[in-house]
Design a protein around this ligand. Structure first.
Ligand code: SAM
Length: 248
């Protein structure tokens, strides 16, 4: 998968060199290209913002550098390949595991993390007509800029790419994984030692009985979802619950 990120803070994306994403890059599974938006400015001060039409506080990112930057990145694609545009914005569609799965199936993502009060709307309209576009919010709060949102989205997408996680099965039972976990969060997990500060582990986990362990994990997922995310329980598809689930 290819990822292009256009930003005024390229150094903010340095965490993409470490851990899972960094290793995926080193193995050639991810081709990440970070671009400085100011490279497409032409004045002495490399200006990327201006005052908002209609007045009010804050500044708005100018369309000209964004237009030149996006044209240049799009033109660098092989043949007639086109990126999928991902625009981080608090006014976007909520970022979910289902959207992470959808994005992980795209061969090329182009991110436009903004600063100030965001990007002149005409840029989004212009490229929304030429490319597949997702305006994405990572939560109901306002960040100072979209770079942290790009890190979040990239990490969630990268771990779904074939071969990126050591164990291909390991995201199958994650919280929100499509299927039986779609509207559930995962239950608690334990490792050695069997006793720590007087606290043991649930006996079933050392029973060696796979069926009972799977049942216990599902019960705990349902309990924890009901406790911490009643909003998810309410919208849960009744079809995902079996008879035993309903007894809980
Ligand atoms: N005035 C905008 C509003 O109220 O919707 C907020 C602009 S915010 C200060 C600057 C940039 O940070 C946004 O354009 C976006 O790129 C990014 N951003 C802030 N919060 C975000 C969120 N919850 N999800 C995704 N991106 C966000």
């Amino acid at each position: 998968m290819r990822l292009d990120i256009v930003t005024i803070f390229p150094e903010y994306l340095e965490p993409l060199n470490v851990s899972l994403v960094g290793k995926a890059r080193a193995r050639g599974q991810l081709d990440v290209r970070v671009h400085d938006l100011r490279a497409w400015t032409h004045d002495r001060h490399n200006t990327v913002d201006d005052t908002p039409y209609g007045g009010g506080p804050g500044m708005v990112m100018k369309p000209d550098p964004w237009g030149e930057a996006l044209d240049s990145v799009i033109a660098s694609g092989e043949g007639d390949t086109r990126p999928t545009l991902v625009v981080p914005t608090p006014s976007g569609r909520p970022f979910t595991q289902a959207l992470a799965v959808e994005l992980s199936e795209c061969p090329w993502l182009l991110f436009t993390p903004a600063r100030y009060e965001g990007i002149d709307r005409r840029v989004i309209e212009e490229y929304g007509e030429r490319l597949d576009i997702h305006e994405v919010s990572i939560g109901d709060y306002v960040l100072a800029g979209g770079e942290a949102a790009v890190l979040v989205i990239t990490e969630a997408v990268a771990r779904l790419l074939p071969g990126v996680l050591g164990n291909a099965e390991s995201h199958r039972d994650d919280s929100f994984a499509p299927g039986r976990m779609a509207d559930l969060v995962e239950g608690p997990v334990y490792t050695k030692p069997p006793e720590w500060r007087g606290r043991g582990i649930p006996d079933v986990l050392v029973s060696g009985h796979h069926g009972r362990i799977a049942r216990w994990r599902r019960d705990e997922a349902i309990r924890r979802t009901a406790l911490n995310r009643p909003d998810l329980m309410e919208r849960c598809d009744p079809e995902v619950f079996d008879g035993r689930d309903r007894e809980l």
